[in-house]
Design a protein. Sequence first.
Length: 261
Amino acid sequence: MQKRKRMSASVGLLVILWSGAAVVASEGRTAHIGEGWDYVFAPYVWLAGFDADHVTIGGTTAAGSGDIGDIAENVEGGAMGYFSARNGKWGIYVEATYVSLSTPATIGGAAATSDTKAQFYEVGGLYRVSEGFAGAEGLPVSTDLFFGARYVNLDANIQPAGGANVRGYEDWVDPIVGATYHRDFTTNCTLSLSSHFGGFGVGSDLTWGLRAMGGYRMSDSSNFWLGYRYLDIDYDDGAGASKFVFDVGLSGPVVGASFHF
């Protein structure tokens, strides 16, 4: 139920972003597109929790979730970062995310542990659909579309209490399309909302996500960011002993910084 609510929110946000793009574009003000190349590097940490409808490896199926206490105790961390290069309306981006965590699970009502190591590598293009100015102070507002591909590498492990360990490896590539809305509310405070969909049966059956970030401008070239990210993956491949199902939502707070040059 919660995953369906989040997906409805993602659909709604994507529609709002498209609508916002049309409204801002109609104003015809694009003065804050810079000249020449603009680069952004943003390292961050995502404290992702685990909400699994089910993970299946061969004939073993586990379900479970981890709260913030489980995350704090079991997350192993990793290197995460985003980089973009833009010239006018067009740009490119790359993003790398690594998540490693262990959470309680059940197998047919029996206690178990589910361990997941996930690597995500995304590369794609950016296109600024619209930008303009809002409010009496004329603060920047913009909408970008992004499109690309995400490589997913999973190492999933199910450990039944007192039973034999079951492990599976899978990797695939998902096409991705989405939109991001940026708006400054003061000269120092900004908001970024993003929603995307992908997979479409090419890699996963469906993957989608939401990201909401609030930023504080520390200097002309750096921002501090705090927010929330949700990523849902529905992947199904193989049969029998080779069957692998990963129907999971990853969510949690994000903290990081961005540097513009």
